[in-house]
Ligand binder design. Structure first.
Ligand code: SDX
Length: 441
């Protein structure tokens, strides 16, 4: 950047940072871009062109990949907001489809908008009958996340040609179809795994109630939705709806940046979410608590979690962004008590989890590294109490996160400055060397 351009920018109120290359004495100025809240970003888009250098940030610990207006997290104080509304308020005062509308459209719906949105989602919950054959291709003991990846990706075969991602109407229909069909696909993955017949959606039920009846109803008798359970599912869906540029959302954005259809992109997001360091942690927490078994063994596992030579980690603890309590975990813990009390369940797992949390939060290793319980620490206990097998925990996370993924995908497609994502690298392999023919190797 020329001194003249920089001076003009500063006169206009713009800020800059200067990079000094001490090996050559060269200086490079880069604009400092402010957000509405949160850290400023250094605009390094011209770094390679002006310096010949790349930045290096393998886990994207200090890298902003996009501009977004959807979700804001302040990890230092433990704040999560969707379009400016705090997660605690949304979890307490709205239902999941209101949050879906908010994430997609940017505002909470009024009564008419809410009714129209609910009508659209309700009338997209059915699956093409051919899709039932996809389920039958899996073994009964297939992990339901494997089924989700396969069946959601296969929706491309049904809607790919009718989805012009550059047509706002098509983008809206694709978004509604995905939000609407995920509970049906998830419930059928569960039914298939237990050998029960698929339960079809019921248009007279709301989103959470419908999900519960598709999961737990059987043709042989009427199913009555427990309002406490539908409230708990509704709250769980809201708490998992979106979370800024996490691994699975970044996967969806990167897949979508090539112009891939939204069904294929969401399938990629489901694959990324499955990992135990990400959405798979809720299943891993229950496995860990099972392994710990009794509070007397907590010190042994805390010791293992602190041992750099042991790759065991306290599942449900720690977060790349939160260096304070994950606000979702607090709401989840409260919901846990409500559900267990309503169901009259005394689950020793909850006691064990609370004991583990207490001991960890008093341990210097965790305090120094600011490792707190995250969204996955309590969710599994609620889901277990509601009758979900652990293999379905991350499936529920995927059902909820679909709206976040598709809202972020839509924002990226509608961003005039978006380009195909194509990171570079620090190459440390061989420089050019002469070819060695087979008989000389
Ligand atoms: C989700 O990104 C999102 O927003 C994700 C999510 C969302 O809504 O999309 O919030 C959902 O994925 C929540 C996180 C669920 N995962 C887990 O609960 C798995 C256990 N947690 C860890 O694997 C870990 O905390 C991560 C993956 C969540 C974050 O890892 P980071 O940011 O890369 O941190 P790190 O590995 O650099 O750890 C820093 C230090 C290390 O010790 P030192 O090398 O400094 O000595 O903290 C230690 C780590 O060993 N550490 C842990 C720990 N987490 C970090 N030690 C023991 N137990 C843990 N859980």
């Amino acid at each position: 950047m020329s001194d003249k351009a920089k001076a003009a920018g500063q006169a206009a109120g713009n800020e800059y940072v200067t990079l000094v290359d001490h090996s050559t004495g060269r200086k490079f100025d880069f604009p400092l871009m402010p957000g509405s809240v949160g850290p400023k970003v250094i605009d390094v888009r011209k770094l390679y062109g002006t310096s010949g250098y790349f930045t290096y940030d393998p886990g994207y610990t200090s890298t902003g990949s996009c501009e977004s207006k959807i979700t804001y997290i302040d990890g230092e104080v433990g704040v999560l907001m969707h379009r400016g509304y705090k997660i605690e308020d949304l979890a307490e005062k709205t239902d999941f489809l209101e949050v879906c509308y908010l994430l997609l459209q940017g505002e909470l719906p009024n009564a008419q908008q809410k009714a129209e949105f609910e009508h659209s989602i309700t009338h997209h919950t059915m699956l093409h009958d051919q899709i039932t054959y996809f389920f039958r291709g899996f073994r009964r003991d297939a992990h339901p996340m494997a089924i989700m990846v396969g069946v959601v990706g296969a929706l491309s075969a049904f809607y790919h040609d009718s989805t012009d991602i550059n047509d706002p109407q098509h983008r809206m229909i694709a978004s509604h179809r995905l939000i609407a069909k995920m509970p049906t696909i998830a419930a059928w993955a569960y039914k298939y795994s237990i050998g029960q017949p698929f339960q079809y959606p019921r248009n007279n039920l709301n989103y959470a109630e419908n999900f519960l009846q598709m999961l737990f109803a059987v043709p042989a008798e009427d199913y009555k939705v427990d309002p406490v359970l539908s409230k708990a599912i509704n709250r769980l869906l809201i708490l998992h709806a979106d979370h800024e540029q996490n691994a699975s959302t970044s996967t969806v954005r990167l897949a979508g940046s090539s112009g891939a259809n939204p069904f294929a992109c969401i399938s990629a997001g489901i694959s990324s979410l499955w990992g135990p360091s990400h959405g798979g942690a809720n299943e891993a927490v229950l496995t860990m608590l099972d392994e710990i078994g009794h509070k007397d063994r907590i010190p042994e596992f805390i010791k293992r979690a602190k041992d750099p030579d042991d790759n065991f980690r306290l599942m449900g603890f720690g977060h790349r962004v939160y260096k304070n309590y994950d606000p979702r975990a607090k709401v989840m813990q409260q919901s846990c008590h409500e559900v267990l009390e309503r169901l009259g369940i005394h689950d020793p797992m909850l006691e064990l989890a609370m004991q583990l949390e207490k001991i960890a939060l008093e341990d210097d290793y965790f305090v120094k590294r600011k490792l707190f319980p995250n969204v996955d620490f309590y969710s599994g206990i609620i889901l277990k109490a509601m009758g979900f097998p652990t293999s379905m925990f991350t499936v529920l996370f995927a059902v909820a996160r679909t709206v976040g993924w598709i809202a972020q995908w839509k924002e990226m497609i509608e961003d005039p400055s978006q380009k195909i994502g194509r990171p570079r690298q620090l190459y440390t392999g061989y420089d050019e060397r002469p070819f060695v023919p087979l008989d000389k190797r």
